[in-house]
Design a binder for this molecule. Sequence first.
Ligand SMILES: *Cc1c(COP(=O)(O)O)cnc(C)c1O
Length: 400
Amino acid sequence: MSSDVTQLPRKQLFDLPEGVIYLDGNSLGPLPKGAVQRAQTVLAEEWGQQLIRAWNTADWMALPQKVGDRIAGFIGAAPGSVATGDTLSIKVYQALAASLKMRPDRRVILSDTGNFPTDLYMAQGLISTIGKDYELRTVAPQEVADAITDEVAVVMLTEVDYRSGRRHDMADITRRAHAAGAVMIWDLAHSAGALPVDLSACNAEFAVGCTYKYFNGGPGAPAFIYARPDLVLEIEPALSGWLGHDAPFAMEPGYRPAMSTERLRVGPPPIVQLSILDAALDVWEGLTMQEIRTASVALCERFIAEVEARCPQLTLASPRAAAERGSQVSFAFAEAYPVMQALIDHGVIGDFRAPDILRFGFTPLYLDEEEVVRAAEILEEVMTTEVWRDPKYQVRARVT
Ligand SMILES: *Cc1c(COP(=O)(O)O)cnc(C)c1O
């Protein structure tokens, strides 16, 4: 593939509104056309006509594992090592609880201050349930490597920072965690589908992620959890729901975990959402993550160059070196909120992250270089005309 190819020929597979440049696929991916068809079939034919029989006749029961295996292919994981369902927050909780059980003599969960709040909140909630002598310790992202001491039971980090796009070195930090005797959990929310991930090589015990971002699974799409295959039978599930039981339909009074990654399932699989996700993953057929990465880096580099040339008011808030970034670019500006509202109103959808970040996600599945340049031109217009000062752009919506 030549380096000037920045858009892979997939845009026609998405249903994108006219006149919108979508730079927010890192928060909620757009609608793949195949998802509409699939949802229609699941609702009208399977649920509507087959009713409860569809669990068998439409093979709904196999869907969580089938989709898990497809996700495994994107993150360098073996088939059978990824369970799907629930939400990312719940998967974080499960991975943390299992990790603490694996290191009963240690009391510290180590994370960084840049982590996504819910990951830290789930750790706080778990600690408040199990006892006061546990501690969530957070340090600045660049200080994590040196903070992995032998008090640490588990290191929980997000590879790509949701605000800045800054990347941790997964292989290096995992090696350090293991050298100190700690368990490693990676949150791949902004990695899966964005850049190549090699979980098998990195050897982390757990990884978690969501599928409504780069995988385009739609709002409320199921999360996933990876467990290193050699550890699965050691894991004591904290959320011992019946779908993680070895024989759910035996209706036994006592919990007995499944003898596979399925023990990390909790409740019934969200069939409609899983079906949509399954169809959304078809968009990737025939593409490698390396091709995606090459195109994504080219788009990000072009955007940075255009915005820096056109908008001197904005400060790059992402690492300048492509290798240290995920598939997003952020700029800081004190009035970032109204600027983003004005930008959205002018056809460029990105997002705002408190307190002062304009964040743009780049997804070469449906974005090309021309649109990226056009987005920078519109941003320049918003900045130079100061149209963002209009009071209508100051009103804060519930979701920002
Ligand atoms: C998006 C994101 C989440 C969201 O978790 P949900 O349970 O899906 O709301 C959590 N962690 C990180 C790092 C994220 O980027």
